[in-house]
Design a protein around this ligand. Structure first.
Ligand code: TYD
Ligand code: MG
Length: 458
């Protein structure tokens, strides 16, 4: 595509030929970003009516006339990765994989390439590490080196030129933040560079059928560095989660055009790289410990499997006029909301208390079934009374103080029973009529009932 370099205001969309601190149209400051625009060849002064998408207009078709062959999926050799991808890698798809530095992105991808390299041509493009470092790591992981191809290059044009010659079936670009386009003058890592490089790679993937993995860095706040638009451009977005102090790593799909989202893949980092964890439900439990105030076990259901995790809370007198509310692995706004519900419907004021909640093991819980666990941990810390180590909880709390049911209650209860838990405080509608063997189920309908139930089990 012939491209012209312009500066586009991110607030009003106005274009300027030169960069300036202030947009000449809407007068916003620091909004001009470098960008490439397509220049369509002018014909007789008339603009062509065909849109950006193609040279050949196809016209609208009946959906029934569009052939819908099931997508071909290629197993990656790593079962847990296939699971998050929705059953394997789709050819021509672009997968963005984000996560903290050192969490294992490069390790995972080199392992995957090595497993696939026997059957398919693959290419590992690195802008971060040297070929020697990659080779060293691959040797340490005892991978098959013969069929692994590595390219150290940061110019997207040259990467694509090389890829055009090599024609790999699978290509890894580690990382997109180090790649730049020669058509732009801004530094690698700048928003315009990331966007343009990714756009060229996506176009190549769609045209050639090559599957591309893009590694993306995350910012301190935990979202992918660079433009959000990157997430819109790719087919699948995966996030690596986990504590570096803990050996377990989770991969979560947060967008997937070819499969379900919120599926989890679970790995353990070993001295031989990442190993899939086949039966992960209890890996985040800390074994036999003394019951301590502020801790409770939640049965969550991330992806298609139940997972037992420990939710912890610390409540302490606040020296601040505006007490702190900190949630790690849980949603901050949800915490604030639950504290309000706890005050209004449970009669427990927290306006002079700092409240911290955390999920052990670096897991992030997105579902509302964690509400009841958060409240249980907070109350336990506030009252300095430990809850039973044999207790599990799950359930959503509504603004009216009602306890609402969550999905797959039975399955969660069976999993808890399997791991030796003895009591479960759960929403009334989730209590099975027949019960669950080995588990005493305490159904609760209101916040008040729940509070009573937590401490009568202690
Ligand atoms: P890496 O894949 O380089 O992370 P990223 O690409 O996400 O930045 O992960 C490297 C980390 O994993 C490093 O801290 C060492 C550890 N590690 C192991 O524990 N075992 C191994 O076999 C390998 C290769 C790495
Ligand atoms: Mg890396």
């Amino acid at each position: 595509m012939a491209g012209k370099r312009v500066f586009v205001c991110s607030a009003c969309g106005a274009q300027a030929a030169k960069w300036a601190g202030q947009c000449g149209e809407c007068l916003a400051w620091n909004t001009l970003e470098e960008s490439l625009v397509a220049v369509a060849p002018a014909r007789g002064g008339k603009r062509r009516a065909v849109g950006y998408a193609g040279e050949t207009a196809v016209g609208a078709r009946r959906l029934s006339e569009v052939s819908a062959e099931p997508v071909q999926r290629q197993p990656t050799g790593l079962g847990e990765l296939d699971r998050v991808l929705g059953g394997g890698l789709v050819s021509g798809s672009v997968v963005l994989i984000g996560g903290d530095p050192g969490i294992g992105k490069s390790t995972l991808l080199i392992q995957m390439l090595a497993r696939l390299a026997g059957e398919h041509k693959s290419l590992y493009v690195t802008g971060e590490e040297s070929a020697e470092q990659i080779s060293l790591r691959a040797r340490r992981l005892e991978l098959q080196l013969d069929s692994l191809h590595v390219l150290t290059e940061t110019s997207v044009e040259r990467i694509l030129q090389q890829a055009g010659v090599e024609r790999p079936r699978i290509m890894v670009v580690d990382s997109i933040q180090t790649i730049h386009s020669e058509a732009l003058q801004s530094a690698p890592g700048a928003v315009a560079q990331i966007r343009e490089s990714a756009a060229q790679l996506v176009r190549f993937a769609k045209q050639s059928g090559t599957s591309i993995f893009l590694v993306g860095h995350v910012t301190k706040e935990g979202s992918l560095a660079g433009p959000r638009v990157l997430e819109h451009m790719v087919d699948t977005v995966l996030y690596f989660e986990g504590d570096r102090g803990n050996q377990y790593r989770l991969i979560r799909a947060i967008k997937n055009r070819f499969g379900a989202v919120n599926e989890l893949g679970i790995f353990a980092m070993t001295d031989k790289g990442l190993r899939a964890v086949a039966n992960p439900s209890a890996i985040f439990l800390s074994g036999h410990r003394e019951a301590a105030p502020g801790s409770v076990i939640l049965v969550t259901r991330e992806g298609s499997r139940p997972l037992l995790v420990e939710v912890q809370a610390l409540v302490d007198d606040s020296p601040l006029g505006n007490p702190r509310r900190v949630a790690l692995g849980l949603e901050q706004n949800r915490l604030a909301m639950l504290l309000a519900v706890l005050h209004r419907h449970g009669g427990v004021p927290m306006y002079d208390q700092d409240v911290y909640v955390n999920v052990v093991g670096g897991v992030r819980i997105a579902e509302t079934a964690s509400d009841l666990a958060m409240i249980a941990a907070i109350l336990s810390s506030h009252r300095d009374r430990p809850l039973s180590r044999k207790l599990v909880v799950f359930g959503e709390i509504g603004l009216a103080g009602e306890i609402r049911p969550v999905q797959n209650g039975q399955e969660r209860l069976r999993e808890a029973a399997k791991h030796g838990f003895e009591t479960a405080v759960v929403p009334l509608q989730n209590a099975p009529k027949k019960g669950v063997r080995g588990l005493r189920i305490v159904p609760v309908a209101r916040l008040g009932d729940a509070i009573e139930a937590f401490f009568s089990e202690a």
